[in-house]
Design a protein. Structure first.
Length: 268
């Protein structure tokens, strides 16, 4: 953070007053109020990367053998069981879920069904790996993937730098059961799922290739935090600035122009 000379000079009386005994208590009171206000504002801003390593370890070590994806560890988690030189992909089934803000409280049914499925697969050799991505806790990662809640993302992981295929399927929020998910896996899920080859592909998409997927995720997350009226104000300010610059440029060219060579100047 940079400080100008003017701000430094203006702050000198305040710092000096803070050293005077009779003003010190009042200064500390004001400072405490400011810190309390900033703390309240900070608490209202959702965390872009909330991750509980203890709960994640318990989910992995428990009967579900379920991984919790986060912004910092999702790639290592998905590549974890992949053996070097393997030509058979490791299959991951990831449920995109959320809480009251991102899923409006409607993800409970599919999350319970997915957890039940994870428990079945944990004791069945050769079954897919399972993981959860909670967009309430990981909004930046969900935005970087453009992953909607209530969807299954099926990853077929091969050793790097082999391409990774991802298949996506939306689930019915109210009627999906564990048997539905198990049946989807036993049958050819590719016939009903959609191959993900879009702009936001986590491995082969343009954003991932140029290393800007996470910054774009942060930008989209911030825009989602803005209320609609604040966004409209920003758009209005931007358009006004553009119009002002355009008028200034036109005004600079709007004065009287000199007569062309060989042409008589207009009479006055």
């Amino acid at each position: 953070m940079r400080f100008s000379k003017a701000s430094s000079i203006l702050s000198l009386p305040l710092l000096a007053a803070a050293d005077v005994p009779e003003y010190q208590a009042q200064f500390e009171n004001y400072l405490g109020q400011a810190q309390s206000f900033l703390g309240k504002v900070t608490d209202k801003i959702p965390h872009p990367n909330r991750f509980d390593p203890v709960a994640a370890a318990e989910a992995k070590a428990g009967s579900l053998n379920l991984d919790i994806l986060s912004l910092n560890s999702w790639k290592d988690t998905l590549y974890g069981p992949v053996k070097p030189g393997s030509t058979t992909p490791e299959e991951w089934w990831v449920l995109i879920t959320g809480g009251n803000k991102t899923c409006f409280g409607h993800c409970g049914q599919i999350e319970a069904a997915f957890n039940e499925t994870a428990g079945k697969w944990a004791v069945t050799p050769g079954s897919p790996h399972t993981a959860l991505l909670n967009c309430e806790d990981q909004p930046v990662l969900c935005n970087a993937w453009s992953a909607p809640v209530g969807a299954l993302w099926i990853f077929e992981m091969l050793p790097e730098p082999a391409p990774v295929e991802i298949w996506t399927k939306r689930l019915n929020m109210t009627t999906t059961t564990s048997e539905d998910i198990v049946t989807l896996q036993k049958e050819d899920f590719k016939s009903s799922a959609k191959l993900h080859d879009g702009f936001f592909h986590p491995f082969t998409g343009p954003l991932a290739k140029y290393g800007v997927a996470t910054p774009v995720g942060y930008i989209l997350w911030v825009f989602n935090l803005l209320p609609s009226w604040a966004f409209m104000i920003l758009v209005s300010l931007f358009s006004r600035t553009m119009m002002t610059n355009r008028l200034n440029q036109d005004g600079g060219r709007g004065g009287p122009q000199p007569a062309a060579a060989g042409q008589a100047a207009p009479r006055r």
